[in-house]
Design a protein around this ligand. Structure first.
Ligand code: GLA
Length: 352
C-alpha cells in the first residue's frame, strides 16, 4: 500500500514547459519551485508571536514564465483542482491602479504577490509580502509560518521559527529509521474560514485583557491569575496557545537529541489541546489520530494546520509506515490519502 508520491521535479518541470509552449509558442525563460509544508508542532501559535516547528515537503509547485514588454500578465494553471477559468490576463499594477482579488480564486495567490512584491527585499520581507498577499487577496488572516518555511526550509531539517523575533533555526530530522506520515482526511469543513479569524481575535482580546502585547508574553501562571479578566472560552483558547508554545520549545529540544518518544508525547498533548481547548479539530481528524496511535511503532500523531479538516501528521518508525497506512485506512470512516515525505528544501530557482 504505497503513499501517493508526486512526480519528480523533472517531470513536473517538463509538464509546465510543455503547457507554456502550447500556450505562448516559445520556451519559458525562468522556472521556480516552491514546496508544500507540514507543521510538526506549534499550532495556532504563529499569529500569537509564538514558536512553530514546520518542515518543507517534497511535494512541489512549479512556476515557469518569461518577461513580456506590453505590461500584461498572462497566467495559466495546469492544476486539476483549480477553479475555472484556468487562464487569464491582466495588466501589471501601477501606482494609480491596483490589482484586486476576484475569480478564479487560484489566481488570487499569484495576483496578491504581484501586487505586494515591489515592497519586498530580503527573505523575511519576502515572506511578509506573501503573508500580506494571503491576507488581502485570499482573505485569510494567517500567521507567517507557511511563507517562512516555504522560503527557508532545508532538506533533512525541520525549521524552528520564533514568530516574534523571526529568528529561525534548523533542527536535524534525517534519521532513516524515522518517518513523517501525512494523512489527508479529504474533509474540509466550511467552518474553518470563519473560525480561524475568530480564534485570532479571541487570542488578541485575552492578551489585551492581561495587559500584554501578545499571548507570547503570557505565562501559564499569569493566565491562571487573570482568569477573572477573560471569558471562560477565551481562557481555554489562551491556555492552548501558552501551552503549545512551551510544547514546541520542548519538542524542538527532544528532536535535537533524537528523543522521538518525547516528541511523540508532545504531539499527542498538542492534539488534545487543539481538540478540547482550542476546539479546531473535528471527528474525522480525531479518528485518524486515534487510529495512528494504536499502531506499534508510532511515536505520536496530531492534527496539523488550521483544523476543521485537512491533514494529520504522524511521527513513526520508518519500518511501521505501511502497517500504519493500512491500519488507518481500515479504521477511518472516510477516504484517506497518504504522503510520506522527508524534510525538503525551500523555494528555489530551477535551471532550464
Ligand atoms: C493556517 C495558517 C498558518 C497557521 C496555521 C495554524 O495554516 O496559514 O499561518 O496559523 O493555520 O497553526
Amino acid at each position: 500500500m504505497a503513499a501517493s508520491i508526486q512526480p519528480q521535479v523533472g517531470e513536473l518541470l517538463a509538464e509546465a514547459r510543455r503547457a507554456f509552449r502550447e500556450e505562448f509558442g516559445a520556451e519559458p525563460e525562468l522556472a521556480v519551485s516552491a514546496p508544500g509544508r507540514v507543521n510538526l508542532i506549534g499550532e495556532h501559535t504563529d499569529y500569537n508571536q509564538g514558536l512553530v516547528l514546520p518542515m518543507a515537503l517534497e511535494l512541489l509547485t512549479i512556476l515557469v514564465g518569461s518577461p513580456r514588454e506590453d505590461g500584461l500578465v498572462s497566467l495559466l494553471t495546469t492544476s486539476a483542482d483549480a477553479d475555472e477559468p484556468q487562464r487569464l490576463q491582466f495588466p501589471l499594477p501601477t501606482a494609480q491602479r491596483s490589482l484586486e482579488p476576484g475569480t478564479p480564486r487560484w489566481a488570487n495567490y499569484v495576483k496578491g504577490v504581484i501586487q505586494h512584491y515591489p515592497d519586498a527585499g530580503a527573505v523575511v520581507a519576502r515572506a511578509r509580502v506573501c503573508q500580506q498577499a494571503e491576507h488581502s487577496f485570499a482573505g485569510v488572516p494567517c500567521g507567517i509560518m507557511d511563507q517562512l518555511v516555504a522560503l527557508l526550509g532545508q532538506k533533512g531539517h525541520a525549521l524552528l521559527i520564533d514568530c516574534r523575533s523571526l529568528e529561525t533555526s534548523l533542527v536535524p530530522l534525517s534519521d532513516p529509521k524515522v518517518a513523517v506520515l501525512i494523512t489527508n482526511s479529504n474533509i474540509r469543513h466550511s467552518l474553518g474560514s470563519s473560525e480561524y479569524p475568530l480564534r485570532r481575535r479571541q487570542c488578541e482580546e485575552v492578551a489585551r485583557a492581561l495587559g500584554k502585547e501578545s499571548l507570547r508574553e503570557v505565562q501559564l501562571e499569569e493566565l491562571e491569575a487573570g482568569r477573572e479578566l477573560v471569558s471562560k472560552e477565551g481562557f481555554r483558547r489562551a491556555r492552548h496557545v501558552v501551552g503549545e508554545i512551551q510544547r514546541t520549545a520542548q519538542a524542538a529540544a527532544a528532536l535535537s537529541r533524537g528523543d522521538y518518544r518525547a516528541f511523540g508525547r508532545l504531539m499527542v498533548e498538542s492534539h488534545h489541546s487543539l481538540r478540547d481547548d482550542y476546539e479546531v479539530s473535528c471527528p474525522e481528524l480525531d479518528q485518524l489520530v486515534e487510529a495512528a496511535l494504536s499502531v506499534p511503532g508510532v511515536y505520536g500523531s496530531r492534527m496539523t494546520g488550521g483544523g476543521f479538516g485537512g491533514c494529520t501528521v504522524t511521527l513513526l518508525e520508518a519500518s511501521a509506515a505501511s502497517r500504519a497506512m493500512q491500519h488507518i485506512r481500515g479504521h477511518y470512516s472516510g477516504t484517506a490519502t497518504f504522503y510520506l515525505s522527508q524534510p525538503a528544501d525551500g523555494a528555489k530557482v530551477l535551471h532550464l
